[in-house]
Write a protein that binds this ligand. Structure first.
Ligand code: CO
Length: 498
C-alpha cells in the first residue's frame, strides 16, 4: 500500500467514524433522549454536520486524491478512491454556507410542516418549501448535471442513476400496476382484513417479531431493536446495527412487517465487510439496493405462503384467540390484501409504487420549474385520482404526509420503488441458484438465502454501482418484468385469478 493511499484511507475512515457518531446521536434522539435534551442535541448535530462537510471537502483529501494514479488493479483500492473522489467532488462544489442555510431552513420547515399537518393548512408550510426548492435548485446547479437538475439530486442517493431512465421504467410500471390493481379489485376472491385488526398485545408482538428476525439471521450480538415513532435502521458498523419499530395493538401488520423490513436493512449492514469498516468498500451501494434487501425480507419472503407455513402455528399459539379461528389461507390473504389507500407508509406492495411515482413526477416538475409550490395540493390530488382512483379529503392525508420535503430531501423517493424492482430481480435469480428455495423457507431454512445474498450483494460493499451490481448478479439491467411476474404469481391464487 502506498503511503498516500494509506493516508487517504485514514482520512476517509475518520469521516466514516464521524458519520457513525452522528448516526448514534440521531438514533438516541429518536429512541431514549428526554424531550428537553433537544437543544443540546441540535448543537451537537450541527457541529458534527459542519465537521463532516469540512472533512469531506478538505484540501488534504483533494491532494491525496491527486496523488492517486490508478489503483493497480486492486478492486478495494479502486472502490475507495473512486467513491472518495465522488463525495469530495460533490462536497467542494457546494459552498458550505449553502449547506448551512439549508440545515437552518429545514429546521424551521420541519416544525412548520408539523403545524401545517396539525391545522391541515398547506399554506403554513408553503413559504418554507419554496425556499428549500430554490436552495436545492442552487445545489443541483453547483453540482452540475447533463440532462436535468433532478439528476444531480437523485445521484446523491442512487449514484449514477439518470432521471430520464428512471422515468421510462416508472412509466411502464405505472401502466402495468394500474391495470393489475383494477384486475384485483374485480377479482372473484377478496381477502378479509378484519382479522388483522383484532387484539395483538404489544409484548407478544415484540416477542414474536424478535423471534422472526432472529430466525432469518439477524444477530442480536451485533444489533438490537428499540421503539421509535418512525421505524428505521441505523448503527455504527456491521457489529452494531440498531433497528427500531413501532406497535399498534389493534393491527397485526405494523410491527411484525415493519420489523422484518428494518431487519432486512440490518442484515445488509451486518453483512458488510468488517475489515472495510468506515470506508466505501464497507458501505452499502445505494439506497435503492438497501431498500431491495428490506423489501425482499419483508414482502417477498415475509409475506409469502411458504414463510407462514413454517411460522403460522407459532403465531397462533402466541396470539391465541385472535388467530385461533383463522385458516392459514385466510391469514396469508389478509396480510397481502391490496387496496388503494391515501398513505404511502400503509400501502400494500402493489399500490406502493404508485405512491412513489406520484412523488417522483411532482419532484421532477418542481425542480425544473414546471410546478409551483402553491399548486402542489391540487397537483397531488389530481395525480392520486389518476393513479389510485382516490382523492385525499385533506392535505394532511395528501401532500403533507411525508417528512422528506421538509428536510430538503428531493431525489430520495424513487429509491423506494427501485428497491422493489431490484428485490424481485435478485430474488428471481436466487430462485434459479437455489432451486428448492421455497421448500427451504417452508422448513425454516433462511440461511441458504442469506448466504446467497451475503455472497452476491452484501459482500461487495460499494464496489459496484447499483445498475452494475444488478447486471453482475442477474445478467440483466434494471427491469420491471420480474416484479410484475412476481406479483402475478403471488396474487393470482390469493384473489382467485386464472
Ligand atoms: Co426501508
Amino acid at each position: 500500500m502506498s503511503d498516500a493511499y494509506r493516508q487517504l484511507v485514514q482520512q476517509i475512515s475518520e469521516i466514516g467514524q464521524l458519520e457513525s457518531v452522528e448516526a448514534i446521536l440521531d438514533w438516541d434522539q429518536e429512541t431514549y433522549m428526554p424531550p428537553r435534551g433537544v437543544h443540546a442535541r441540535a448543537e451537537q448535530l450541527s457541529l458534527l454536520a459542519r465537521l463532516i462537510h469540512d472533512r469531506r471537502s478538505d484540501a488534504v483529501v483533494g491532494d491525496l486524491l491527486g496523488q492517486m494514479n490508478g489503483a493497480g488493479g486492486d478492486p478495494i483500492r479502486e472502490t475507495n478512491i473512486r467513491e472518495t473522489r465522488r463525495i469530495y467532488d460533490r462536497s467542494v462544489k457546494v459552498p458550505s454556507n449553502l449547506i448551512g442555510r439549508i440545515a437552518k431552513i429545514s429546521t424551521h420547515a420541519k416544525s412548520a410542516w408539523g403545524e401545517a399537518r396539525r391545522d391541515n393548512k398547506f399554506g403554513h408550510f408553503a413559504p418554507h418549501l419554496k425556499e428549500l426548492v430554490e436552495l436545492k435548485r442552487e445545489v443541483a446547479d453547483h453540482i452540475g448535471y447533463e440532462q436535468e437538475r433532478y439528476d444531480a439530486l437523485l445521484d446523491e442517493f442512487e449514484p449514477g442513476a439518470r432521471t430520464a431512465d428512471v422515468a421510462v421504467v416508472f412509466s411502464r410500471l405505472r401502466d402495468a400496476l394500474r391495470q393489475f390493481v383494477a384486475e384485483l379489485r374485480d377479482a372473484p376472491k377478496q381477502p378479509d382484513t378484519s382479522i388483522l385488526k383484532r387484539h395483538y398485545p404489544q409484548e407478544k408482538q415484540a416477542e414474536f417479531a424478535h423471534m422472526l428476525v432472529e430466525a432469518i439471521g439477524f444477530s442480536f450480538d451485533k444489533g438490537r431493536i428499540d421503539v421509535s415513532t418512525h421505524p428505521f435502521c441505523s448503527g455504527t458498523s456491521p457489529c452494531d446495527v440498531r433497528l427500531t419499530t413501532r406497535y399498534d395493538e389493534k393491527f397485526f401488520s405494523m410491527a411484525i412487517f415493519g420489523t422484518l423490513h428494518e431487519a432486512g436493512h440490518g442484515l445488509y449492514e451486518q453483512g458488510l465487510g468488517n475489515e472495510h469498516m468506515f470506508t466505501p468498500m464497507g458501505s452499502a451501494t445505494s439506497l435503492g439496493i438497501h431498500e431491495s434487501q428490506s423489501r425482499l425480507w419483508e414482502n417477498i419472503v415475509g409475506r409469502s405462503r411458504a414463510f407462514w407455513e413454517y411460522f403460522y402455528k407459532n403465531a397462533q399459539s402466541m396470539f391465541g384467540p385472535s388467530l385461533a379461528d383463522v385458516s392459514l389461507d385466510s391469514f396469508v390473504g389478509a396480510i397481502n390484501a391490496v387496496h388503494p389507500s391515501l398513505i404511502r407508509v400503509e400501502a400494500d406492495e402493489v399500490t406502493y409504487n404508485l405512491h412513489i411515482i406520484l412523488r417522483f413526477e411532482l419532484e421532477r416538475a418542481l425542480l425544473d420549474g414546471r410546478l409551483d409550490v402553491d399548486d402542489i395540493p391540487e397537483a397531488w390530488n389530481a395525480k392520486m385520482e389518476e393513479l389510485l382512483g382516490i382523492r385525499p379529503g385533506t392535505d394532511t392525508l395528501g401532500c403533507l404526509q411525508d417528512i422528506h420535503w421538509s428536510m430538503g430531501t428531493f431525489g430520495y423517493f424513487p429509491t423506494y420503488a427501485l428497491g422493489n424492482l431490484y428485490a424481485s430481480q435478485f430474488y428471481a435469480k436466487a430462485e434459479t441458484a437455489i432451486p428448492d428455495l421455497a421448500d427451504r423457507i417452508r422448513r425454516g431454512d433462511f440461511a441458504t438465502l442469506l448466504d446467497w445474498l451475503r455472497e452476491n450483494i452484501h459482500h461487495h460493499g460499494r464496489r459496484y454501482r447499483a445498475d452494475k451490481l444488478v447486471e453482475i448478479v442477474t445478467g440483466e439491467s434494471l427491469s420491471v418484468e420480474p416484479f410484475l411476474s412476481y406479483l402475478r404469481n403471488k396474487f393470482s391464487p390469493i384473489y382467485g385469478l386464472t
